[in-house]
Write a protein that binds this ligand. Structure first.
Ligand code: DGT
Ligand code: CA
Ligand code: CA
Length: 541
């Protein structure tokens, strides 16, 4: 196991917080960098600058488009960008500047010198930089709208090299361009926008859950807009925080439970706030697809159930809505994975128990991978919700195939101490229960731990051979130091885990180690220290 000696000094902690703040709030996406470099190339070309210089910028854009990683992450990791194909020292420095400041002074200079709308003119099919330059010089045109008007008024065909045919084409193409409006985003860019925004919203105090629904959750190949769902009370400040997000350019509409904004890129994001009782129904509704929803509602009608984003209703009475599983179950269906929800036969398959077995599929893939690995083994694991009644949210026949389960309370934090404790104790009786994740559910500075009798839980863990997590994420640190000590005293083993949602998060391990050391734990108390054979023994119940 890694051991950490000494402590972090204050300056470092501050830097780190700034770093996280940057990451969440002012992230520069690859698409931003591409847009800036592309705009420079366009303007240089319109100006008639050195063609080699123009090409260098175009090549840089292509290089970034081909990256699967975020350039901002690479810079943060200290990677020398000039090692990337097609990037010289000069361009690498400019990209760094964009990552660090969000802008490029060179572009601003050129724009003030030339006019920003000129780059949009290049989007008109048939117009290259030379023609754009001529339109600008002869007619002072700087935007697509101005060009459309000039073509309408017949002022374009007189310019040398244009003619009536070209003018007619410009008229048609500018009309199309103005209609088409915003573009759909690919999954990589959508993810670069969605995940930091969701993480930012999760930090708002009192927010229990934030999910990006819509076509993004269905993993459709392109995404028209983001549909974010948050669970919290109506009086929560989340809407204020949403419209205050650094990347927001324009607030299209703002309400108590629903707001829409445009980001700097012009991309639209909808946020809806729903109460816990409607969470599953709302998630289903806003995940879509629309076609799937319509088919689902029809099945509901046949069973005299009204299904909408607030729940499944029999008459006035809400009979389901808290989880998606619950709503599907009311319709006599098993849970249908979001990726399948396109009304392409998935409902029929669900009814007949013929949905693709995606958990098992992954298991087979892991078996296959392990055959090709030496000295390294991938374990099969999953995180499970502990439902309100203490059951786990996957059936036993799936759980049986796994090496490891991580079980956690993700909703209904407001039960009484006895109810919450009983819920977890009941879950631990399931023979497939292995690890209790972030056992108190606290988010430091944002959410209090839910009331729970930790001593009872630990005693049950000891009896049943369950393991407690020390979640190393700096917002959680759960178990905390005092609870680590308690686990040791009661003979309960712990596991350190980072709750990593991205590669860099693995570095959080050091904070978990810090808490474990503060709780007097030794290597023997922590199952991460075991070799595979001993680990497997510990994971058996
Ligand atoms: P997109 O944004 O074009 O990539 O696709 P979606 O599926 O994210 O669609 P969007 O953003 O218009 O709406 C989000 C979800 O809301 C959609 O998947 C299903 C639901 N929804 C929207 N409009 C309707 C509707 O008219 N009827 C029903 N049943 N559901 C709708
Ligand atoms: Ca959408
Ligand atoms: Ca939408």
């Amino acid at each position: 196991m890694v051991s950490v000696i000494g402590s972090l000094d204050f300056g470092f902690v501050c830097d780190l917080e700034l770093g996280i703040w940057n990451l969440l709030n002012m992230r520069v996406h690859n698409s931003d960098i591409e847009a800036i470099l592309g705009a420079v190339a366009d303007l240089l070309e319109i100006k008639g600058d050195n063609p080699f210089r123009v090409r260098a910028y175009r090549n840089a854009v292509r290089t970034i488009q081909g990256l699967s990683q975020s350039v901002a992450d690479l810079v943060r990791q200290g990677q020398d960008l000039s090692e990337l194909p097609g990037l010289g020292k000069d361009l690498a420095g400019k990209i760094r500047e964009i990552v660090e400041t969000g802008t490029l002074p060179l572009l601003a200079e050129m724009q003030s010198e030339m006019s920003a709308g000129l780059t949009d003119l290049l989007k008109v099919p048939g117009l290259g930089p030379k023609r754009v330059a001529a339109l600008h010089r002869e007619l002072g045109i700087t935007t697509v709208a101005e060009l459309a008007r000039a073509a309408e008024e017949g002022r374009v065909h007189d310019i040398e090299g244009f003619g009536k045919k070209t003018e007619q084409r410009i008229l048609e193409e500018t009309a199309k361009l103005q209609q088409r409006g915003a573009q759909r985003l690919g999954l990589v860019v959508a993810e670069q926008i969605a995940e930091p925004l969701a993480a930012y919203l999760r930090q708002v105090p009192g927010v229990q859950e934030v999910v990006v629904a819509g076509s993004y959750r269905r993993q459709k190949e392109t995404v028209g807009d983001l549909d974010i769902l948050a669970v919290c009370r109506k009086d929560n400040p989340i809407m204020e925080r949403f419209i205050g997000y650094e990347d927001v350019r324009q607030v299209v509409s703002q309400g108590e439970t629903r707001s829409t904004v445009l980001l700097r890129s012009g991309f639209q994001v909808d946020l809806r706030v729903v109460p816990e009782v409607s969470y599953g129904a709302a998630l289903m509704y806003f995940t879509g697809s629309k076609e799937h929803n319509i088919a689902i509602r029809k099945i509901g009608q046949a069973k005299k159930l009204k299904i909408n984003e607030y729940g499944a209703f029999r008459g006035e009475k809400r009979v389901a809505g808290r989880t998606e599983e619950e709503v599907y179950a009311k319709l006599g269906l098993p849970f249908i994975e979001p990726e399948l929800r396109e009304d392409r036969g998935e409902i029929e398959a669900a009814r007949k128990g013929r949905l693709p077995r995606q958990v098992q599929e992954q298991g087979r893939e892991i078996d296959h991978t392990n055959k090709g690995l030496k000295g390294f083994t991938v374990l099969k694991a999953t995180e499970l919700d502990i439902l309100e009644d203490g059951s786990l949210d996957l059936p036993d026949e799936v759980l049986r195939e796994l090496d490891l389960t991580v079980c956690s309370v993700h909703y209904k934090f407001n039960l009484s101490l006895k109810q919450q404790t009983d819920r977890i104790l009941k879950a631990m009786e399931n023979p497939h229960f292995r690890i209790l994740a972030h056992p108190t559910g606290r988010l430091i500075g944002a959410r209090e731990p839910y009331p729970v009798d930790m001593e009872e839980i630990m005693k049950a863990a000891q009896r049943n051979g369950c393991i407690l997590e020390v979640n190393a994420h700096p917002e959680r640190l759960d178990l905390n130091d005092i609870h680590c000590k308690m686990a040791k005293d009661l003979g309960v083993k712990v596991v350190l885990s980072t709750d990593a949602h991205r590669l860099n998060d693995f570095d959080y391990m050091r904070f978990g180690i810090g808490q474990a050391r503060r709780g007097w734990l030794e290597p023997d108390d922590v199952i991460n220290t075991r070799n595979l054979k001993d680990l497997r023994k510990l994971l058996k119940r």
